[in-house]
Design a binder for this molecule. Structure first.
Ligand code: TYD
Ligand code: MG
Length: 454
């Protein structure tokens, strides 16, 4: 009789324990341990059975290096985030909140890759639902097969008969394997089914795209081990109320993690946005106070984005500080710098900050635009809408240089801006006569104030 073994898994990080624990020693979360039954068959034991091939070690210089072969996904934004296309035999995990468009993105990509056999396995929607979505997207691909299945053995049988060149799984949390007794979506099932798909990808060279759910605090649901196992982790994010969607690379064994893809969700599917500034700048003719444009860089791409601030007298004793799309702690730091170094009385003010378009920005070069937007709202003086900023602000109020300053200037010039304020330290080595746009270097916040308000 098979022995039943149970183990407790932390549902947050995948930590394994033989007994129940209140607090996970790995991630520190409380009450996350769940008992899971694991019935491993004997062939999983270590050691090599007769007839099985042993792996041999090879001196590194004798290993032939192969250039990884990439499949063009016919989607420039997705290609860019993947590092130039989908690598054969790689496993890509795409995470995102429910309803953000993960299924749409992958179905649309599958339909667009004409000439390639694709198997789209869905455990979430019926074939009819997927067909309806495909009709809505309006593209056809006779080589795209839809399978409604969650049991991995049956999926592997279908893979053998369909012989796909690309496999899509929607989603990893719905799959289950019979080597384990725990329910689909549990840590051990996710780990096991993902492991089976990994082996498939590595042995057959079929690239596998996995969709993964994320938890309410924004992490990929299921164990961190999933992120460790796969080659590439992409995060699909955006604000439900805006049409813009951003595909970020969080981990990529075959490319840079600083790349970014931008899409717009439309009634007929996702549209690639090749010129992001077009959506991130609001079209308005007259200048209003509290708005400043930052020339930021995401990945290798420069784009201009609008920062908006509202500074008002605090209605309650403790002033409110709120920020969307920008780190709140960093905004508080900038407010403290303005208060201490430049004497602005912001301590009794409510300050609200918003990055237009519903996107989240990490580039420190938008600091100066944030400061300018706050001061513009504080003074109620509008800044010219032909002016933009690109610099970091240091704790002593100094304006620090940033990377890729040339591409930022060129992007601003291309979009018709007339003046850009950067750090004085960025001016060195910059051939200013190359630019038609006026480039101003400042070293301190006071210098910027004179530039802005005279
Ligand atoms: P979906 O891909 O189902 O999200 P996920 O798989 O990440 O849960 O996306 C669903 C949302 O996208 C839904 O709210 C409707 C919207 N949508 C469009 O706006 N246009 C379209 O063409 C499609 C197919 C969906
Ligand atoms: Mg879905």
């Amino acid at each position: 009789m098979a022995k039943t073994t149970t183990t407790y898994f932390c549902q947050n990080c995948g930590y394994q324990s033989s007994k129940w624990l209140g607090k996970c020693p790995e991630c520190g979360e409380w009450n996350t341990f769940v008992e899971e039954v694991i019935n491993r068959s004997d062939d999983k034991k270590h050691g090599i059975k007769k007839g099985e091939k042993k792996a041999l070690s090879t001196p590194i210089h004798q290993i032939t290096s192969e250039k990884e072969e990439r499949i063009d996904t016919r989607n420039n934004e997705l290609n860019r985030v993947l590092g130039g296309g989908l690598v054969r035999g790689s496993v890509v995990l795409i995470g995102g909140e429910p309803g953000i468009g993960k299924s749409t993105l992958l179905l649309q990509t599958a339909l667009n890759m004409k000439g390639l056999r694709i198997l789209y396995v869905s455990g979430e929607e019926s074939q009819q639902q997927i067909k309806m979505r495909a009709d809505r997207l309006g593209t056809k691909n006779e080589n795209c097969f839809i399978l409604n299945e969650t049991f991995t053995t049956d999926i592997f049988l279908q893979i053998e008969s369909v012989q796909p060149q690309i496999l899509i799984i929607d989603s990893i949390q719905t799959l289950y394997t019979n080597t384990l007794d725990s329910s689909p979506g549990s840590i051990s099932q996710i780990r096991e089914t993902a492991g089976e798909l990994m082996r498939l990808a590595k042995t057959t060279q079929i690239p596998v795209l996995l969709i993964g759910h994320i938890t309410k605090d924004g992490n990929l649901a299921g164990p961190k081990v999933l992120e460790h196992m796969v080659d590439t982790v992409l995060q699909f994010e955006g604000d439900q109320h805006y049409g813009f969607r951003i595909l970020r690379s969080v981990k990529n064994r075959f490319g840079s993690t600083s790349e970014l893809g931008i899409f717009e969700m439309r009634s007929g599917g996702l549209r690639e946005v090749s010129n992001p500034s077009e959506i991130l700048l609001s079209q308005r003719d007259e200048a209003v106070s509290g708005v400043a444009i930052a020339a930021m860089v995401e990945g290798q791409r420069p784009m201009l984005i609008e920062t908006q601030a509202l500074v008002t007298n605090a209605a309650y004793g403790t002033p409110q500080r709120s920020s969307t799309g920008f780190d709140l702690r960093r905004m508080n730091m900038l407010l403290a710098i303005l208060e201490k170094r430049s004497g602005f009385k912001l301590g009794t003010k409510d300050v609200f900050l918003n990055i237009a378009g519903g996107i989240r920005v990490d580039d420190p070069a938008i600091d100066l635009a944030v400061v300018a937007a706050i001061l513009s709202s504080f003074e109620d003086i509008a800044l010219s809408n032909k002016l933009c900023f690109a610099a970091e602000v240091g704790l002593s109020g100094e304006i620090r240089s940033v990377a890729h300053v040339e591409s930022r200037i060129l992007e601003a010039e291309k979009l018709g801006f007339e003046k850009i304020i950067i750090s004085k330290y960025n001016l060195k080595g910059l051939a200013l006569n190359r630019f038609k746009i006026e480039v101003v270097g400042v070293a301190k916040i006071e210098e910027m104030l004179t530039e802005l308000f005279g």
